[in-house]
Ligand binder design. Structure first.
Ligand SMILES: [Zn+2]
Length: 746
């Protein structure tokens, strides 16, 4: 039977492009000539032309790790030397087309006959060189090897001999592993990291042909150490910006030290460490991005605390912001992650695949991970086919799936400092404040179909910002004077911004300013401390017509936000604050003050720049409520500051995440379908396909399109070029689709 998919597969490549096609196959009719957005009525979006294509590069000149696309890891347990079939293990990863595998050295338990003192041999090792056998088996099959170490824990005999190695509690007692109290936690400022870890690296280098070194469990992700040992008690208090700077200095010092050891035997080798935690990573990502050859993003799956489906894509955007195209991989746990864990049982295949989809779409290399390799590779073997099938599919399309640069012209300043240290205003003090803020802006950008990049706040140089038509500052509360000046310079050179709430109200040390550092740019003056909500939140009264209010009718006001910075009056406001009031009892649920001159948004233009400032925590309120008015208000405002200019437009139904990359063969437009009851709860269990998605983008001068291929459907689709504008339609998106555009110069 000729269904839609095999019709496309068999017929479309031979079809002429143009009007005749619509008659032959109306299902894939091309988009209307003008790109419209339902929420904007008839308003036409302008497509900004893409920049000239990058010059080709010779793969032979690239460092070897840049060519790694698939990483395999059977995380070895102490028991594996007794039960693992080394050849079977190597055959599995080789058949899955892994380019590189992790092999355990460790530091907690040696997987080889180590002579380093306190490097305890696993109890099933019995003198066997298990590490050496694994390295040889991988190499025999052409796979590279990462030597995996764990410097975070050690045993009581080491503690007795070296009490200075331990992290200490405030009462002086050693900090112990939460699950295995025979293990103590090692302090990163102690000689354990300098001497013990270095000794293991040198021993491994002298014995084995490994390609690089990796430490698991250090540096910490998402929260900073709180240690009271003799060294750390002399440092500034934990969880302060002052401590963070010293912490970062130590991370960088050890990174350089281990990297130099890795290179002693092989110049092409390097050291890398456990990272992740996306915008709330422990180490400063600007500094790490400059020295890391491999970004190991250890976000293995969704958690109960952080259940948004896009956790892996969010990490990919962070990696793009700081790695400048260097190698990044995100770990997908094939086992069951979450608040209740089964590290030796497979997770839902749809969820594992969704994490792999996000890895690829956001520009990282695939990495698949399971715990233990009992004979037959474990009691539960279902994970193997899921990962191997995915790897084998991806291997057919490496050139299209390897990004060179993002073509987005919208940047979001991620504010790592704010994410780590700012905990919201006194009115709503919460460590989750910024987590909710980032998810709020993320969801808003996805529902508005914006292509966007993250921008690190320590990377605001003009040459990095010039590609962006606009920058968003979602409550980037902490900004230094220098960073404020860089943003000011960006605006004065023609860029636009949208900011919210306490953006720039604090300096880099969390010291409050009287007025926000960017108050001059926002055109505001603070009238008091943050006002929270008790009962009804405030409203924004519509004072006059403006493009940011497109689509609102039959209402005099819009919902405000949970918290706001009160502002002094401005000229000619668009929205004014109707202060919050009682919501219960309903007898009193009406505004005693129905009209004020306090602005609820401040908009103005400087030359070709447009500036929008919301005094409320609008992104976070969107995440907490899902209120469509607030999302629409932000969509309209982002389009207004960008003067409706986007580089790629995708029109269709559904919640999807979109990435647009320049690639070696041309361009790749990735779409991940999140339209699913499990988008923000539990795991994906099935796929709910989306219908047609119409894509348009404006090609650089002289670039011709040869083909548009859907990599998941494995079919070509017809396309049309009107002037410089490329248009095509993707008939269906299951969980993921990649439109791979091959180009040539005309
Ligand atoms: Zn310490």
């Amino acid at each position: 039977m000729l269904n839609r998919r095999n019709f496309l597969k068999t017929s479309v490549a031979a079809l002429p492009i143009g009007g005749a096609l619509d008659v032959l196959h109306p299902d894939v009719g091309l988009a209307a000539a003008s790109v419209t957005d339902a929420s904007l009525g008839d308003k036409t979006l302008k497509l900004a032309p893409l920049p000239p294509r990058l010059a080709p590069i010779d793969p032979a000149t690239m460092p070897w790790q840049q060519k790694v696309r698939r990483v395999g890891q059977s995380n070895m347990t102490e028991h594996d030397p007794a039960v693992m079939n080394v050849q079977e293990w190597a055959d599995f990863w080789h058949s899955a087309k892994a380019d590189i595998v992790f092999v355990s050295v460790t530091g907690i338990l040696a997987f080889y006959p180590s002579r380093v003192k306190f490097h305890r041999h696993g109890k099933f090792l019995n003198g066997r060189d298990f590490l050496g056998e694994c390295v040889a088996a991988a190499k025999k099959r052409g796979m590279r090897v990462v030597a995996r170490m764990s410097p975070d824990l050690n045993w009581g005999d080491a503690l007795d001999a070296h009490p200075e190695w331990a992290m200490r509690n405030a009462d002086g007692s050693p900090q112990l592993s939460g699950e295995e109290p025979r293990l103590f936690r090692t302090c990163m400022f102690s000689s354990y990291m300098d001497d013990y870890v270095s000794a293991i690296m040198r021993e491994v280098s002298s014995l084995y042909d490994v390609d690089c070194f990796y430490t698991n469990g250090w540096p910490p992700i998402g929260s900073l150490p709180d240690c009271h040992c003799a060294i750390c008690s002399k440092l500034p208090p934990a969880n302060t910006p002052a401590y963070w700077r010293i912490f970062n200095d130590r991370v960088v010092e050890l990174w350089h030290k281990y990297d130099a050891i890795a290179k002693e035997k092989k110049p092409g080798s390097f050291y890398f460490a456990n990272l992740g935690g996306n915008v709330r990573c422990g180490p400063n990502l600007d500094r790490l991005g400059k020295i890391a050859a491999w970004f190991q993003a250890d976000n293995q799956g969704r958690t109960y605390d952080n259940p948004a489906v896009w956790g892996c894509s969010l990490q990919g955007r962070v990696c793009s912001a700081v790695m400048d195209g260097k190698f990044a991989a995100n770990v997908t746990a094939a086992y069951s992650t979450g608040i209740v864990r089964w590290r030796n049982a497979s997770k839902n295949p749809a969820e594992a695949k969704m994490w792999l989809n996000q890895t690829l779409a956001s520009g990282m290399a695939l990495y698949y991970h399971f715990i233990g390799s009992e004979c037959g590779l474990g009691e539960d073997r279902r994970w193997q086919k899921v990962g191997a099938d995915y790897f084998q599919w991806a291997a057919k399309h490496d050139s299209h799936l390897t990004p060179r640069r993002s073509i987005a012209n919208l940047g979001v300043i991620m504010g790592q400092n704010t994410q780590l240290f700012y905990q919201g205003p006194a009115a709503a003090h919460s460590r989750d404040h910024m987590r909710e803020t980032i998810h709020g802006i993320y969801e808003t950008l996805l529902s508005g179909r914006f292509a966007f990049d993250f921008v690190h706040e320590d990377r605001l140089e003009p040459e990095r910002l010039s590609k962006y038509r606009a920058l968003l500052l979602p409550n980037v509360a902490m900004l230094s004077d220098r960073q404020c000046q860089q943003i000011r310079d960006y605006v004065h050179s023609g860029g636009s911004i949208m900011a919210s709430f306490e953006t720039s109200l604090y300096d880099e040390d969390l010291k409050p300013r009287v007025d926000p550092g960017l108050a001059d740019l926002f055109g505001i003056s603070k009238a008091g401390d943050v006002i929270g909500t008790n009962g009804n939140a405030y409203y924004g009264r519509i004072e006059r017509d403006h493009p940011i209010l497109a689509g609102f009718a039959n209402t005099n006001w819009l919902p405000g936000t949970q918290n706001r910075v009160p502002l002094k009056p401005i000229q000619n406001p668009v929205l004014t604050v109707v202060p919050g009031f009682v919501q219960y009892p309903p007898e009193l649920a009406y505004p005693p003050i129905a009209h004020t001159d306090e602005p609820a948004v401040v908009l103005h233009e400087i030359g070709s720049s447009r500036i929008a400032y919301f005094p409320g925590d609008i992104e976070r309120t969107i995440w907490l409520t899902g209120h469509g008015d607030l999302a629409r208000l932000l969509h309209n405002t982002i389009r207004w500051i960008m003067q409706d200019e986007s580089t790629v437009h995708v029109e269709g139904d559904g919640l999807l995440e979109m990435f647009a990359w320049e690639t070696m063969p041309g361009y790749a437009i990735h779409m991940i379908n999140y339209t699913n009851p499990n988008a923000h709860h539990g795991w994906m269990n099935s796929v709910y396909p989306l219908g047609r998605q119409a894509v348009s983008m404006k090609l650089p001068v002289g670039v011709k399109v040869r083909s548009v291929e859907l990599l998941r459907a494995e079919s070509n689709v017809p396309f049309r070029v009107d002037g410089d504008v490329l248009r095509f339609t993707i008939p269906q998106v299951d969980d993921y689709e990649v439109a791979a555009i091959s180009t040539s110069r005309g």
